[in-house]
Structure formats: structure tokens, C-alpha cells
Design a protein. Structure first.
Lengths: 329, 329
């Protein structure tokens, strides 16, 4: 069914482990019998939420600390076989308002995590969660990994640096590392309190609350990966040394306009409304237009492909949040 | 003769102003009648040297401070028409041994300089000295500006981030900025104490001291820009709003192997010896092979081209250091 090695009894560290992707990954790893430690800062504006590990709380170790805390990280990486390095500042707006915090988390802390691995656990395998945002406005579609990097916000620049530290430490120091460039990821346990993680979170929340949501622009094309498919990609990349030093795009099983996505989300909810609004003028300058990824490299090298289609993924996501809404507000 | 606007009476700030390129630029700007302020940290391992402004010391204002000093920079950028942002940590080896200092100077300080411009002097024009190192190992030669960025050391990653902050602040905040990706720059006032700035410095020093110098490898192809041509490029880029938001390669009037360069340097010195050594194993992994730039974009858009050939440039450089050696040791 899957072609990654057994994670049973493996020691695994997940930064951002109480966040959206981290907690879904933790659930899967617990199922596979791994010994999982979750690091999370629980900064309220970020994705960490203790409810995300409801039901597995006794089967994981939770360590509340910040990836900027060098001493904490130095200790935590020791003895681990795998590090899924998912902690990050993800908000575009926050990165522009406070560029230094974004730099400290997305660049400097990454460097210090890698230095800790180099000094205290050089045998670890690291998988870094990078982002499509580092491409900026595409020259060509679909965007492959060789596309120039021209980030359009501070967050993209710092994530680009963070990604390259990983590749560098693989190439120069043999700290086995690779990076996945995630596109829009959605699914249970995403942040829906606001748009800091993704606009889709706020759409889902408003739909469940019976309120109309806003779609900005509407014509832009995007791709979406359901979180279980991202988890699968992370496990494949960690388990295969072919991935070392590589950067892989993730993507979806298709491409949709935001207006079409809005319709699909309403359909998955069996009702609801949205309003199309003009793209705000102040964001126009950093609008990247259409984006969707060419993820064939990951498919060819690691056998990954998305399994959950958008309609099904949206249905599952809405079902999850309908049952748990109060724990995400 | 040149097609940049008058700099007479213009207020100009140069970071790294006591360094190799900064001081040559300062001399030219003083000649053109500009009001020049030089910022330099005078960190002994970096390029700053008070002797570099011998003869113009009464015609420039010198401010000893570090670009990491936010308060100093906040004050200094005010009222300036141009900022030539040349301060940087340039040593590959230092960036690997102390990656955090490199990050603080080449990335974080750049962000804080740009924030200072945005808040206190949004009308300023900024020219940033970037580097060919951000390309890493070329896929194709000559390397044009669209070539993928794949830095092979910490220095390259942080310079890449520093460069992109400039382009971003131009695109998002209208802080007019551009970047020149410098290749090997050489000439009077370069650092010759050690190889921190360029291996050519140490070659020249040893030649003048009558000792043999070492050439590592020898077969690698490289291009070289004489410092006066770099100064010309900086002045053109600052003076032309066509450059805003752009990145330009600089290059040389030809391409040479390191072995050929060694021969030319000996010839320019009218004597001397060198030893060819194998490329050290520990540096093999970050060896980028051959590199030379396609600088036609700068030529087409801003009318720049190198004027000083390598033989002539080496002769001038050796003449300079023969007369001033004691001030550079």
C-alpha cells in the first residue's frame, strides 16, 4: 500500500507538531508505531492547538518550546532518527508587518536546528516543509522545481533561505535533508480562526457558522493538496535516501479557479453563500496570478501522488470541523 | 563620456565605505562633487581600512558603525539621496564556521536598513552589491540573470536573501532599489592580508613580497572586473530608474583559467613564481567548476561595459600595492 520503510519504534521529532500538518503526521506515525516527540511554541497566532492531538495525547511526547530556543532544540534533536521540520511563520501579512520575527523563525532558527543536528546528531534525516511562495509569480505553468525563485514577500525570502540551509547541510555536511515545496494544503486540523494559514480556513469556518464568505478575485488558478497526501509525501521523503539534497513540489490532482473552489466548498457543505470581491489594491502588487505545480519529480523518484480529490477532501474537512468547531475558535 | 546624471552636491551614503569597492566609489564620487558619508565597522577581518581614503579624508564624512546597529543606520539613511549598500561579510570559510554572524550581516542587517529607508527616507535610491556566489554551480555558461539560484555556502544563501529584500522593497514599497551581482572584483585597495575577500589578494601580496603563491586547481574558468568598472556600474545603476527592481550581472572583458590568470599576474609583476596545487578535498564539495557571467542585460539597459582589460588592471593593481604594501598588511 505504501512504499516507505517501517517507522515502528523509530524516534521521530516533529517541529510544529501541534500544528495542522504536524499533528496529522503525528497521528499517522503513532498508528505506524513510532515514538513521536512534538515540539510546538503554541504561539496563539500560529497553527499549534492541543486539541489537534486529542485521542493520541498519551501516545506522544509533547514539548512546548520555540524553534528559536537553541538550547531546547539542541537537546531535542539528540537521539532522533527523523526530524520533520514543519514549524514556521506562515502569514504573509505578519511577515510584512514584522519581518524580523519571520526571519528569526523561518531562517535563523532553521540554521540553528541544522547546526544542532550537525554537532549532536549528524545521522538524523531531516524533511523540511518549504512552500510554493518562494517561486513568486510564475513564468510558466505548471511550475517545476527548476523554475526561478522570485519571492514576493518577506516570508517567501526567509523560507527560501531556510530551505537552502537544509540542502546545503546535506551537500556539505552529509546531514541528510530534503525539502518539500507545499502548495495550498487543507484538511482537518487546519487553522480556521483567521486567514493566517490559508484563506480556505476562514471560508470553512464561515460556512459552518452559516455566514457568507468572501472570495477575492476568483479567477486565479490554484492547486490543493489534502493533508493526508502531504503526510504520505513526508513519510516517503524521510524514508528514501534518494531524496537527500532534493527539493520536490507537491501538488493536487487538478487545478481550480478560486471561484470554482468556492462553489465546490459550498457544495461540499450542502449549502452556503459567498461574495466575489475585487482583489484588494494593496495586495495587487504581490499578486502572483495563477499557480499550480508540476509534481512529477516526486512521483517519478518517490512514487508519490495525491489520492484524495478536492470534492472528497472538502467533504471530509467540513465534516471534521462541523463536529469540532468550538475547539478551533 | 559617462551617461549617469551629475552627482555634484548629491548626498550619498556608502556602507562598507572604507572597504575595497566602497573606498574606490567614494573617491570617484568626491571627484564628481558629491557629499559622501562612509559607514564602516572596521572589523579587522573585513575589508575596511582607513588608508583607503588617504588623500580624500577631509572631503568625506566617516562614521564608524556596524550595519547591524539599527539605531545608527536609522539616523544615517536620513536625508541621503543615494545609498550604495556594499557592507557585507564576504568570506566563504567564515560563513561556514560562524553562520549566524553571516546571517546577521548579510540578511538581517539588510532588512533593517531597508526598514529604516521605508520609515525615514522612502525617496532614497539603493544599489545593493550582490554576488555571483548565489548561482552556485552553473548549469550553463555564460550565466545570465535567469539562471537558477543554488548557493553552495551559507554566505551565498544569506546574500541571496539580502538581495531579495532589496527587490521586494522596491516592488512592494517603492523604495527604489536594484542589485548588481558582482563576480571577482580586483584592483587597488582590495584586501590582500588574506584570502577572505579574494584569492587574488593573497597572490598579489606574495608576488610583491617575492614569494611563490599557490594556485588551487588551475583549470577553472573565471571572469574578473576591475574595480573602476564596478564603480562605473554602481553609478550607472544608481542614476537610472530603469534599474529599479532589477538584478544585473557584472562581468569581465574575457574569461581566463586560474592557471592563465596566475601567469598574467606574474607577467604584470615582471617576475615571480607560483605552484599549482590540487584543489583541497574539503572544498571539492562546494566547488562550482567554471563560472563566467553574461552581462549583456546591464549593457543593453544601462550602457555598461568593462573598459579595463585584465592585463592592464593587474598592472595597475600591482603598481598600487607595490607603493603601499605596508598599509595593507
Amino acid at each position: 500500500m505504501n512504499n516507505y520503510p517501517t517507522y515502528a519504534h523509530s524516534k521521530v521529532l516533529i517541529t510544529g507538531g501541534l500544528g495542522f500538518i504536524g499533528s496529522n503526521l503525528a497521528r499517522r506515525l503513532v498508528e505506524l508505531g513510532a515514538q513521536v516527540t512534538l515540539v510546538d511554541s503554541l504561539i496563539p497566532e500560529y497553527g499549534g492547538n492541543l486539541f489537534n492531538i486529542a485521542g493520541i495525547e498519551d501516545r506522544v511526547r509533547v514539548n512546548i518550546s520555540d524553534v528559536r530556543d537553541e538550547h531546547s532544540m539542541k537537546y531535542l534533536v539528540q537521539g532522533q532518527a527523523y526530524l520533520f521540520n514543519l514549524a514556521g511563520q506562515t502569514s504573509h501579512m505578519d511577515s510584512m508587518e514584522d519581518p524580523f520575527t519571520d526571519l528569526e523563525i523561518n531562517a535563523r532558527a532553521q540554521l540553528s536546528i541544522l547546526e544542532a543536528c550537525r554537532k549532536y546528531n549528524p545521522g538524523i534525516k531531516v524533511v523540511f516543509a518549504s512552500t510554493r511562495q518562494i517561486y513568486g509569480k510564475p513564468d510558466r505553468l505548471p511550475v517545476d522545481e527548476g523554475h526561478p525563485l522570485r519571492p514576493v514577500d518577506v516570508n517567501g525570502i526567509n523560507k527560501m533561505a531556510g530551505e537552502w540551509y537544509h540542502i546545503l547541510y546535506n551537500n556539505v555536511y552529509d546531514i541528510r535533508a530534503c525539502a518539500l515545496r507545499l502548495t495550498n494544503t487543507y484538511g482537518p486540523r487546519m487553522r480556521i480562526k483567521d486567514a493566517r494559514q490559508t484563506f480556505l480556513g476562514i471560508w470553512i469556518r464561515l460556512l459552518i457558522e452559516g455566514q457568507p464568505f468572501e472570495v477575492w478575485g476568483g479567477e486565479q488558478l490554484r492547486d490543493f493538496t489534502y493533508v493526508d497526501d502531504v503526510v504520505e509525501a513526508l513519510l516517503l521523503a524521510a524514508g528514501d535516501d534518494q531524496a537527500n539534497g532534493q527539493v520536490y513540489n507537491l501538488g493536487g490532482d487538478g487545478v481550480v479557479s478560486l471561484a470554482k473552489l468556492a462553489e465546490m466548498t459550498v457544495a461540499a457543505n450542502k449549502g452556503g453563500n459567498f461574495v466575489l470581491r475585487q482583489f484588494p489594491a494593496e495586495r495587487k502588487r504581490i499578486d502572483i496570478g495563477d499557480y499550480y505545480a508540476d509534481w512529477r519529480l516526486m512521483q517519478q523518484q518517490l512514487g508519490w501522488q495525491p489520492h484524495i480529490g478536492l470534492a472528497e477532501g472538502l467533504r471530509r474537512t467540513l465534516d471534521y470541523f462541523r463536529a469540532t468547531l468550538k475547539d478551533y475558535l
